[in-house]
Ligand binder design. Structure first.
Ligand code: BGC
Length: 477
């Protein structure tokens, strides 16, 4: 077989033309289910703006709009040496970041390890013990020793889950997301839990800042380009952060910070439309929600983020198999396993050659698809990812409209954004439709790979926080 990429325009026709009547009817039905028109995108964005506003009010709403205590962007004069720790959905990264005395310059030394899947549903001791162990190994390998008088190495901890923060160095976990399910942490401050595990192991480290990955992406990206107004993550989960004036954050009133001070808001907008008012949910989305550890939560995230796109494709393929329309003579045992299909599989079958797609089906699912089935699989991936990309654009557009931002850069991090070019193109096209730019006008809100948020971004946030604390202490002495 020649190594050929299937031209996208031929995709739908090819997928449909050789299909049986029943399969054709089902593909048509699926197309209707997964298509989001420009009119719907605009309605969703309007509802999104309302929910962002409600989240800032005293009563709150679906979207938490968490106050991060990151009060403004870095000046470029921040200095110091910080450990940073990133606990994302999949990997754990420990870095030492040195912000040098040359304005805007930094050095990063890092090590990364995969978090064992069992930790996601284990005990708090297992989680914190594993993390403390990784920090301890890093400190030992790099012969790091604390400076006096504190006797502790300062750590900026990127903990990418929704937390309530009363200061920058604490965070009460509101709820687990991304299918984490560890009892005994929700409703508690995660900082003392990690510090206790460090103390038990005699690791001289103290948390000086608790940071969300979106806030880190925002700060790091704005540090290198002042046109960045939004930081976003599109990876296992999906979320965004932006700056709000303190006076617009009703729940912050009375906190003694001047009203004109900017504060980074970690929107946690994965929780958008938990009331199911506007999102075009399908039976497959409902099935994903019901089988997740937190049904009813993160409705938007479950339609957009990497953890769920592969699962959607799996459920759709399985449904077609169970209707006797796909992989009839094949063993689909693996296809019946939850979450066996990941987002990288979708990127491979959408962006790869015919041989790549065939190999991906074989390697991941033990299925040898016919030429026709391969086209159908690919067409379904296109439907699912296009819907996710178009819905992803609604969150970004909603922040822009709410803040009257006509043009800006958005710093986006995460494996889905970085490794899926078709996702990026489709999201950019949807932004154009929602924000009504004429076809001949250049894009005004543009999506770019973020700078290192959980390393440099977190270190900068820690430096700003310590500087502020010092300022306060100087004032009171
Ligand atoms: C979390 C956010 C995080 C996002 C991306 C979501 O599940 O709740 O805190 O920013 O994933 O990692």
């Amino acid at each position: 077989m020649a190594r050929s990429r299937i031209p996208p325009e031929a995709l739908k026709e090819n997928a449909l033309s050789g299909a049986s009547r029943a399969l054709r009817a089902d593909l048509k039905r699926l197309e209707e289910m997964f298509t989001v028109t420009d009119k719907q995108l605009k309605q969703i964005t309007e509802q999104f703006i309302k929910e962002l506003e409600k989240g800032l009010s005293n009563g709150g709403g679906n979207i938490p709009m968490n106050i991060t205590w990151v009060l403004g962007f870095p000046s470029g004069n921040e200095q110091g040496k910080f450990l940073t720790l990133d606990m994302g959905g999949t990997n754990l990264r420990v870095c030492e970041v040195v912000l040098t005395d040359v304005r805007g310059e930094f050095q990063v030394t890092q090590s990364e390890c995969r978090m064992p899947d069992e930790l996601k549903s284990g005990t708090p001791d297992q989680l914190w013990g594993f993390i403390a162990g990784c920090i301890g190994d890093f400190v030992e390998q790099h012969h790091l020793s604390p400076e006096q008088p504190s006797g502790k190495l300062p750590l900026a901890f990127t903990f990418s889950y929704p937390v309530t923060q009363l200061s920058i160095r604490q965070g009460i976990l509101q709820r687990w997301t991304k299918d984490f399910d560890i009892d005994g942490i929700e409703g508690h401050d995660v900082v003392p839990q990690l510090e206790a595990a460090l103390k038990e192991r005699n690791i001289p480290v103290k948390v000086v800042a608790l940071v969300n990955d979106t806030t880190g992406a925002l700060v790091a990206s704005a540090y290198s380009n002042s046109e960045v107004k939004i930081g976003s993550i599109l990876s296992t989960g999906c979320n965004a952060a932006y700056m709000e004036e303190c006076s617009s954050v009703a729940k912050m009133k009375g906190d003694g910070v001047p009203g004109c001070t900017p504060v980074a808001i970690n929107t946690e907008y994965g929780a958008f439309d938990n009331e199911h008012k506007v999102l075009p949910l399908t039976s497959f989305d409902c099935a994903i929600d019901e089988s997740s550890p937190r049904p009813g939560q993160q409705t938007y995230e479950k339609m957009v983020a990497g953890l769920y796109m592969g699962e959607l494709l799996r459920l759709v393929l399985l449904d077609l198999h169970d209707r006797d329309e796909l992989f009839q003579d094949q063993d689909v045992l693996r296809l019946r396993q939850d979450h066996v299909v990941d987002c990288a599989f979708l990127a491979k079958i959408e962006e790869g050659t015919v041989e790549d797609i065939s190999k991906a089906f074989n390697d991941m699912l033990g299925i040898k698809p016919s030429a026709q089935e391969l086209l159908v699989g690919r067409y379904l991936a296109e439907l699912i990812v296009t819907r996710a990309a178009r819905l992803y654009a609604c969150g970004i557009a909603a922040i822009c409209k709410k803040k009257n931002i006509r043009s800006c850069r958005v710093g986006v991090d995460g494996s889905v954004f970085n490794n899926y070019s078709l996702f990026r193109e489709r999201a950019a096209q949807a932004l154009r439709e929602i924000l009504d730019w004429p076809e001949d006008c250049e894009a005004l809100v543009t999506l770019h790979s973020a700078e290192d948020g959980s390393g440099v971004g977190a270190a900068l946030i820690a430096a700003i926080g310590l500087e502020r604390l010092k300022g306060k202490q100087d004032e009171s002495s």
